[in-house]
Write a protein that binds this ligand. Structure first.
Ligand code: SAM
Length: 219
């Protein structure tokens, strides 16, 4: 991962799922400060936009040098960008099959367009809104991909039934103890011990929830 704010990425990769996956050597994450590849004495990585405008643009030279320093292991190069292909579980599955991924985090007005055509880099968006930088989107990509690496998630927390595991279907509702909380009771069938009935209830509840929350998916 290349960023001008490595500290934003360092703590999250030490914790929880990502931290465990790294400790168990199921995943390796390298965070690089893009300024390492800056060639001037100010360590600058950005410059004014051609054509004018208030914001700065990340320069192509440090990004090309940084990504090329990984060769031959750069793998697919992803540039986080709100103008990119939207990240969905199908893309997450694709990326989880890759040996190496290189993520480039933009800042300010974005990144010189020649990075996209010249490296080349695939633009990936985490949704139709604009954040200040690509670091949080990069973490989103890494966490989603890491969950699909074999061995990262145990059987007790299987992702086979998660939302989107089956295209166009959300997960079913979940309940735990107590059986009644503030007058709201857990559906009787889930306490019946009848596995067939539980399975049928879950499928139907997942279908209803998908239709209610995401009619666009339900078609
Ligand atoms: N001018 C750009 C535009 O309108 O498309 C927005 C630049 S944004 C302020 C700065 C950086 O944040 C981007 O280069 C990108 O790396 C990251 N970013 C912001 N929103 C994002 C999103 N929804 N998905 C992925 N990256 C995003």
């Amino acid at each position: 991962m290349f960023t001008i704010f490595p500290a934003i990425l360092e703590a999250p990769v030490r914790e929880s799922l990502l931290g465990r996956a790294i400790a168990e050597r199921l995943l390796e994450v390298r965070i690089h400060d893009l300024r390492t590849w800056s060639t001037d004495h100010h360590r600058s990585v950005d410059d004014e936009a051609y054509g004018g405008g208030p914001g700065m643009v990340l320069k192509p030279e440090p990004i090309f040098a940084a990504v090329e320093s990984l060769d031959p292991d750069r793998g697919r190069v992803l540039l986080l960008s709100p103008a990119g292909r939207r990240l969905e579980q199908s893309l997450v599955r694709e990326l989880a099959g890759e040996e190496h991924l290189t993520l480039v985090c933009g800042r300010y007005e974005g990144v010189d367009e020649r990075v996209i055509e010249g490296l080349p880099a695939e633009e990936v968006s985490i949704g139709d809104y604009v954040l200040a930088g690509g670091e949080v989107p990069a973490l989103v990509v890494i966490e989603a991909v890491t969950r699909l690496i074999p061995g990262v998630i145990g059987k007790e927390e299987s992702h086979e039934r998660d939302s989107f595991a089956e295209p166009g279907m959300l997960d079913h509702p979940h309940f735990t103890r107590p059986a009644v909380f503030r007058g709201m009771a857990v559906p009787e069938v889930l306490r019946s011990g009848d596995h067939g009935a539980v399975e049928r209830w879950r499928r139907e509840a997942a279908r209803e929830k998908t239709f209610r929350n995401r009619p666009d998916l339900a078609g």
